[in-house]
Design a protein around this ligand. Structure first.
Ligand SMILES: [Zn+2]
Length: 248
């Protein structure tokens, strides 16, 4: 049986001299791992080797969890815009793809997450985000919160994750703890050795994510560091691309 869908390639690996195993995040099907036979030949059904972050309509067969599907068609739209030109944009998008791969299960569809991810990529590619690093960082941070929400790992930000009391107007002392899965107040922080103390600006933006768009670069960098620390806790290892996000 053939399945049609729209997908973004989030990972590739060589399978043989001529073929790749690709991980696709598809709108209706969720994550699909498939063999793309002959994809590395100059002439193939796929217009050459499949690249991470390429987007297009796919046709595949063999839906069974823990078994490779067979990709029969994929004609990605060419990547020519900012994802080719802007290293910071490319590395942010690659980090988003890596996190998506790490946190989703095969054939577990997340339509809203797919649409958000696609919007994130298109905003970068078409120049709506960037070339300013700040613009890309805001979108990367929002994507990561959508991802956490969609996979059921949303951190608690509106109240203290431990005592559940709301944060008052005084936000000088708020911490983030990965083990508490969210923000903790100064009465509770002592119980969480992994906590990170937040600057008042970062705390304000996290308690109310609407404020994120107004945050300055330093605050955004701080929030991204906190998120990477959180993903490291969730995955049990740092995301591979984490180290590149601040260096580009
Ligand atoms: Zn508390």
């Amino acid at each position: 049986m053939l399945t049609k869908d729209r997908a973004v390639c989030i990972r590739t690996a060589d399978y043989s001299e001529t073929s790749q195993v690709v991980t696709l995040f598809a709108r209706q099907s969720g994550k699909v791992r498939a063999i793309a036979k002959g994809s590395k030949r100059a002439k193939s059904a796929f217009d050459g080797p499949i690249e991470v972050l390429s987007i297009g309509d796919i046709v595949f067969s063999g839906i069974r969890r823990d078994t490779l599907a067979t990709l029969t068609e994929f004609q990605p739209q060419p990547v020519r815009g900012q994802l080719r030109r802007n290293l910071a944009a490319l590395q942010s998008a690659q980090l988003a793809a890596e996190l998506l791969d790490s946190l989703t299960e095969e054939y577990d569809p997340h339509v809203e997450l797919f649409d958000h991810f696609l919007g994130f990529l298109e905003d970068i590619e078409e120049g709506r985000a960037g070339p300013d690093r700040r613009d890309i960082m805001i979108r990367l941070i929002l994507f990561q919160f959508v991802l956490l929400h969609e996979v059921g790992l949303q951190p608690i930000l509106n109240v203290c994750a431990n005592c559940k009391r709301p944060f008052g107007a005084d936000r000088r002392e708020i911490y983030f703890s990965a083990s508490a899965n969210g923000l903790v107040c100064r009465d509770c922080e002592i119980s969480f050795p992994d906590k990170i103390r937040l600057s008042p600006k970062a705390a304000r933006a996290l308690v109310d994510l609407q404020q994120l768009a107004q945050a300055d670069q330093t605050t955004l960098d701080e929030i991204e560091q906190v998120l990477l620390h959180h993903f490291t806790h969730i995955l049990g290892r740092p995301p591979k691309l984490a180290k590149h996000v601040f260096s580009a």
